[in-house]
Write a protein that binds this ligand. Structure first.
Ligand SMILES: Cc1ncc(C[n+]2csc(CCOP(=O)(O)OP(=O)(O)O)c2C)c(N)n1
Ligand SMILES: [Mg+2]
Length: 446
């Protein structure tokens, strides 16, 4: 209706008259927007009597010296942390004071993810699944951030955030079903391994093209704000994906539309073989926040409490004030990029070993727990055995399960299957009938 009325008016009055009328309306009507209006971003009042810049695009003073703005004037945005590498709380007022039960849950989720990664990685090496991506070294970013959200907050992931889904309660059976593309897979076997999704857990299905989730998350956060539903959206991405044009679109839309969105960048040092010093020339990803008018912070991603505190506060303010936040979590990708990569071709074993042995999110949390008498060697041994058993059981079950019925390939895009798809489906069945000796149809659901 509004669009039809608009075009009709355009025809009658002409484009300029419509623009003038709109400008007049805007100038004479009080601002009706219910949402936050940040003082810093308001234009300065229009006042031609003063010798000040009147450009609508910036609030600024004139200067009479030619000077370029230096990038990185402040050398290095600081890294917020709560715990030292030995798991000691540095500033007691920053201690989130989580209960023993909560901390043990963090630890168990981080280590379970690690165990699942080892088994699925090996399974790919043995040719049992087609592909895998490990999360080694980034467990703190997943669990710390996931724990700081409400369960109905919407998650957009990149692909290396399996711990977020695990924290939300996605069972091992479903992780395995997805990687095996078996009949229990929620995606019905249509995606590559690690492209998880769960409508029940508010986790949007992963898609391979980098950074597409960033503008989608901005759109979703805008919708959430319009619903006034007290929900936030979180969008995870790598420092490599942040170089995509889509990242700019997502950042700018969410800032200008004032959306309750947490941009969570996992800066793990590499985008496949591209190190960060070839990825960008500014001060990481956090430095881009001010350019978009976003509140930003850099945190130690290997400190699960620092990630938790930063995400919790960003989430609280994003919803209360309707504005996006940018968190850059500094971490290190200990594993290869994926099973299609061999990282020894572009980085040293010493470098990887440093992060694995001396600055690991799991050992840091374990130091913290041990110092409190919450965990010891015996408990560690028992849990390692128990978690391995849980993963192996799910793994064996997934491997035995049949594959999804082949004709599911044609469902779920349209509510009702279209004539063209019906033709293709029938032709597939004829083909399978004719050449059945070439297809292992007994491995598929009937
Ligand atoms: C549009 C697009 N370009 C390239 C790729 C290939 N690709 C997949 S992952 C990746 C690197 C991404 O690195 P980063 O965002 O830092 O995430 P990380 O893998 O380090 O977690 C690239 C180039 C892709 N999937 N999509
Ligand atoms: Mg990366």
């Amino acid at each position: 209706m509004a669009a039809a009325g608009g075009f009709g008016a355009l025809g009658r009055l002409g484009r300029h008259a419509v623009r003038r009328a709109a400008a007049l309306r805007a100038a004479t009507q009080p601002r009706l927007r219910a949402f936050r209006v940040s003082g810093a971003q308001l234009q300065q009042p229009f006042n031609t009597s003063e010798e000040k810049p009147q450009f609508p695009g910036a609030s600024a003073e004139f200067v009479d010296q030619l000077e370029f703005i230096q990038p990185n004037v402040i050398s290095g945005i600081p890294v917020y942390r709560v715990m030292s590498r030995q798991g000691q709380i540095i500033n007691p007022s920053e201690d989130p004071q989580l209960s023993k039960e909560t901390v043990l849950n963090f630890y168990q989720k981080m280590t379970l993810l690690n165990t699942m990664d080892r088994i699925l990685y090996e399974s790919q090496r043995q040719g049992r699944i087609s592909f895998y991506m490990t999360n080694y070294g980034e467990e703190g970013t997943h669990i710390g951030s996931a724990a700081a959200l409400d369960s109905n907050d919407l998650v957009f992931g990149q692909y290396r955030e399996a711990g977020v889904l695990m924290y939300r309660g996605f069972p091992l059976d479903l992780f395995m079903a997805q990687c095996y593309a078996n009949a229990d897979d929620l995606g019905k076997g249509r995606q590559m391994p690690v492209h998880y999704g769960s409508k029940d857990l508010n986790f949007v299905t992963i898609s391979s093209p980098l950074a597409t989730q960033i503008p989608q998350a901005a759109g979703a956060a805008y919708a959430v704000k319009r619903e006034n539903s007290n929900r936030a959206v979180i969008c995870y991405f790598g420092e490599g994906a942040a170089s995509e044009g889509d990242a700019h679109a997502g950042f700018n839309f969410s800032a200008t539309l004032e959306c309750p969105l947490i941009f969570f960048c996992r800066n793990n040092g590499y985008a496949i073989s591209t190190p960060t010093n070839e990825q960008y020339r500014g001060d990481g990803i956090a430095a881009r926040g001010p350019g978009y008018g976003m509140l930003s912070i850099r945190v130690d991603g290997n400190d699960v409490f620092a990630v938790y505190n930063a995400t919790k506060e960003a989430r609280r303010r994003a919803v209360a004030e309707n504005q996006p936040f940018l968190i850059e979590a500094m971490t290190y990708r200990i594993g290869h990029h994926s099973t299609s990569d061999d990282s020894s071709a572009y980085r040293s074993v010493d470098e990887v070993n440093y992060w694995d042995k001396q600055d690991h999110p799991i050992s840091r949390l374990r130091h913290y727990m041990t110092a409190r008498g919450w965990w010891d060697e015996d408990e560690e041994r028992t849990w390692r055995k128990q978690s391995r058993k849980l993963v192996m059981e799910a793994f064996e079950k997934a491997e035995r399960r049949l594959k999804p019925r082949p004709d599911l390939l044609f469902t779920d895009v349209y509510n009702e299957i279209t004539p063209t798809l019906t033709k293709q489906r029938d032709s597939m069945w004829r083909h399978l009938q004719q050449y059945k000796e070439h297809y292992p149809l007994d491995l598929y659901d009937k």
